[in-house]
Design a protein around this ligand. Sequence first.
Ligand code: SAH
Length: 402
Amino acid sequence: MSEALTNPTAGYYTQRDVFGTAGDFITSPEISQMFGEMIGIWVVAQWQTSMGKPKKLNLVELGPGRGTLMADLIRGTRVFREFSAALSINLVEVSPVLRSIQMKNLGVSVMDETHSTHQMGDQVKAHTAAGIPVTWHRSMDSIEYSDGPVLYLAHEFFDALPVNQFQLTPRGWCERLVDENYGNDVSSDKTNGPHFRMVLSPGPTPSVRTLLQWRLQSMTVQERSKLKAIEISPQAVALAETLAEKIGCHGGAALIIDYGKDGPYADSLMAIKNHERCDVFDTPGFADLSAWVDFEAIRLAVNKSSQGATTYGPISQAQFLHGLGIIERLKKLLENASVEQSSALIAGYHRLVSDECNVDGNDSNESHESHENNTSGGTGMGQSYKVMCIVPSGQPPPIPFQ
Ligand code: SAH
C-alpha cells in the first residue's frame, strides 16, 4: 500500500494531482471554503483559550493535498492579527506534484531549498504573500520546532497509511499477505505485468504476535469472541504515539479528521480510480488506496504512550462543523453572494454535513462518503467523517468536543 501510494517514481500521490473532477476523488476542503475556515476557527480558539495566545505557534499539516484547507485557514483567520503573526507553518507532503500546487495556492515565493541529511528529506522554505513562514517536509522527522506549542492538522491523512489485515482461521490468527501470482492462476486472463493476490500466512506472523495482540488486549472477551477478521494500521498507531509525545512535551493539540469509526474494521481497504471503486490490485500506482480509520486504535495509542496527552471524540463532522458555527458563516457569506455562488455555498454546506450521501447519481466527484458497508451512523460526509482531537492531559475538552 505504501509503495503503491508514495513510491517516489511510481506512487499514486507522487505522480499526479488526484483531486477534483479530473482526478479520482474530492475532499471536504475542495467542496467548500467553509471547511478550511471552520478549521481556522478551531485553531484560533485553541491558540486563544487553551494555549493562552503564545507569541509563536507551529502549525503542522500532514498531507495538505492541494493546500486548499491551509489557504482558506490563513485567509479566514487574518483578522486575528496577533494569531497570524504567531504562525509558523510546516507542511508534510510526500508528493512533488502536490507540493508545487500547494506553493501556488499559498502564493509563496521560495526562499531557500536545502537538502537535509534525511533520506529523501528535501525541505523547501518559503513565505506566504502575507509573510507567514512555510516549510515543506517529506516526513515529520525533519520538522524543527521553533519555540511555542505545536498544532497538528491531519485531514484525510490517516486513511492513506498502510494497514495489516488479520483473519481468524482453524489454525488460529493468521495474517493476510500480498503474494505475486506467477501466472498459473487459470481464472486470470491478464497476461501482462505482475499479478497480485491475497494469501494467508501459514501461521502467526510477527505482526500477529505484536500488533494484533496489542489491539486485542483492549477488547472484552465478548468482543473478541465475535471477531473473525481485523485491520490495523501500525503506521497510524505509531503516528498517534508521536503526536501524543510531541503534544505532551511541547504543548499544543492535534485535530484528526477522516472517514472511520470508534472501533476496528474487518476489511475496509479500498481502491478508487476515475471516481469509481476498483480492485485493490488493479493497476497499482494508478488508483487511490485507502482504509477506514479506527479511531479507537488512535485513542489506545495516545493512552499507551502515556506522554501526557489525551483524546476527545470522535464526534461526527456534522457535529464538529455545526458546533463551530458553520451555519452562521454560511449566512454571512450568502449576504454578498451572487445567485450562482449562493447555490454553490448551500450545496457545499449540505454535502459537508449530510447524513446520507447523494444517491441520485449526479455526484460525479466521488469522495469516500458512500462506502456503505463501513459507515457507522450514516453514509453522508456529515456522519461517515469523524473528528478527534489530542490535547495535553488534564486539559478540558475543547470546543466543540464538550
Ligand atoms: N488533506 C488533503 C489531502 C488528502 S489526500 C485534503 O483533504 O484535500 C492525502 C494527502 O497526504 C496527499 O497530499 C498525499 O500526497 C499525502 N500523503 C499520503 N501519504 C503520505 C505520507 N506517507 N507522507 C506524507 N504525505 C503523504
